[in-house]
Design a protein around this ligand. Structure first.
Ligand code: ATP
Ligand code: MG
Length: 425
């Protein structure tokens, strides 16, 4: 026999026992987007490679090692998007949103692709929700961004999150920090891991982001970015922390926090969940005032965040936080004798047309097996039609919660079910 084909490494099928949780996450995101004034956009899954190499930065892990890039049949270099921010800014520029009242607040969601080493909470195809505010340099827009992400988790019933914030400065003050850090690292270069050694020249800030315990320890006494900030970045940062305190946000300043993508300026933040183990970031975001220019547009300040849905769902599961109920079939129609099949099919059709979820048997199961099936799918009402019911024009109406079964006229079934559905709301 031929070997069965499996899903590619780093991808996963989100099956029925999980997909309803995803639908819930998106529902909450949509509600938060509405309440905070973000409009949804649906953007392409692939873009010109240049968008990411120029936008995210050539020396970042994402661009250097993680992109799914290929030449298409028209000889163009195409990349499956590794994130959404660059596409959001591209779309803003392409559609002249700069001429709309500012800021323009957009949100979107969908699959992202990164060639990474798959492990719990880290996949090659994963889903993000992404919220961006374009056109506002005001630090209070950063506060709103952070508040938006926290509101999503709050409404999802997730608690115990750690919100870490930092500033990564701007092109004016970052070089000062960069050289202070380079001096520090240079003095002990041999003690750092190979990756960090290679980052030392090209992108020393990323050394602070290394997850290896040895490197983490070494950078504990490294210079901190907040000491090198220029006046503008400093006052921006102070306003963000004041704004967060004012809305009662629970956050902590983390001097070592840098982000994996080059386009960040000023505010960088991350939200961590203990349930996630080593892939502990449920959300990453910040300000990117130079991204629009990097991809060939005018100066457009921006701030936003992205959150991984896999990690949101893992956190919800870890905390037992799922607030809703798994959707199920409300009514099961049992055909208790072979000639009742048509009548059962017609009843199930009628119930469904009233917006009540219903199902019936297509496997010619015996009565007992059909009753078992009804309870295994969690049906709350069972309608039984056998030869006796056909003759008397009735239906056996069983409330599965109380266990009470009574015959009711067929003509009254829909009214009973509609009343039951109303009462259940
Ligand atoms: P990490 O440090 O875990 O690699 P990152 O800094 O690369 O995260 P971002 O680029 O900021 O992550 O993406 C925002 C969010 O998207 C992350 O906080 C995480 O929830 C999610 N995410 C990123 N990469 C993956 C992945 N490979 N699989 C699943 N979720 C991911
Ligand atoms: Mg990463």
């Amino acid at each position: 026999m031929m070997e069965a084909i499996k899903a590619p490494r780093g991808t996963r099928d989100i099956l029925a026992d999980e997909s309803w949780k995803w639908a819930h996450v998106l529902k909450i995101c949509r509600e938060v987007a509405r309440d905070f004034g973000y409009n949804e956009v649906l953007l392409p899954i692939f873009e010109h490679t240049e968008l990411f190499s120029r936008g995210i930065g050539d020396t970042t892990d994402v661009v250097e090692k993680e992109m799914y890039t290929f030449i298409d049949r028209g000889d163009r270099s195409i990349t499956l998007r590794p994130e959404l921010t660059a596409s959001m800014v591209r779309s803003y520029l392409e559609h002249d949103m700069i001429h709309q009242p500012q800021p323009v607040k957009l949100w979107g969601h969908g699959p992202m692709f990164r060639y990474e080493r798959p492990q719990k909470g880290r996949y090659r195809q994963f889903q993000q929700v992404d919220f961006e505010t374009l056109g506002a340099a005001n630090p209070l827009a950063d506060v709103e961004t952070i508040d938006t992400s926290m509101e999503i988790y709050r409404r999802l019933g997730i608690s115990n999150l750690q919100v870490l914030i930092n500033s990564v400065g701007c092109p004016e003050c970052r070089p000062v920090f960069r050289s202070a850090l380079q001096n520090f690292i240079g003095d002990r270069l041999g003690d750092f891991c190979e990756t960090c050694q290679s980052r030392f020249e090209r992108n020393p800030l990323r050394v602070l982001d290394c997850k290896k315990p040895g490197c983490k320890e070494l950078t504990e006494s490294a210079p901190v970015v907040l000491d090198s900030l220029c006046g503008d970045c400093r006052s921006h940062f102070d306003m963000v922390t004041s704004g967060l305190s004012r809305i009662g946000a629970d956050f902590r300043t983390d001097n070592r926090l840098v982000r994996g993508l080059d386009y960040y300026t000023k505010t960088a933040y991350e939200i961590l969940a203990g349930e996630l183990g080593s892939q502990n970031a449920v959300c990453g975001g910040g300000r990117y005032d130079n991204l629009a220019e990097a991809i060939g547009g005018p100066h457009v300040p921006g701030v936003g965040f992205a959150s991984g849905i896999e990690r949101i769902v893992l956190t919800m599961e870890g905390q037992g936080a799922y607030p809703g109920e798994k959707p199920g079939t409300c009514v099961y129609v049992v055909a208790a004798s072979p000639e009742a099949g048509l009548e059962a099919a017609s009843l199930v059709h009628e119930i469904r047309s009233k917006g009540i979820s219903a199902d019936t048997d297509y496997m010619n199961r015996a009565l007992k097996a059909q009753m078992k099936r009804a309870s295994s799918i969690g049906a709350e009402i069972v309608c039984i039609i056998g030869s006796e019911e056909m003759e008397s024009g009735t239906v056996g109406f069983k409330d599965m919660t109380s266990g009470v079964q009574e015959p009711i006229p067929r003509s009254e079934v829909m009214a009973r079910l509609t009343a039951w559905k109303e009462a259940r709301r």
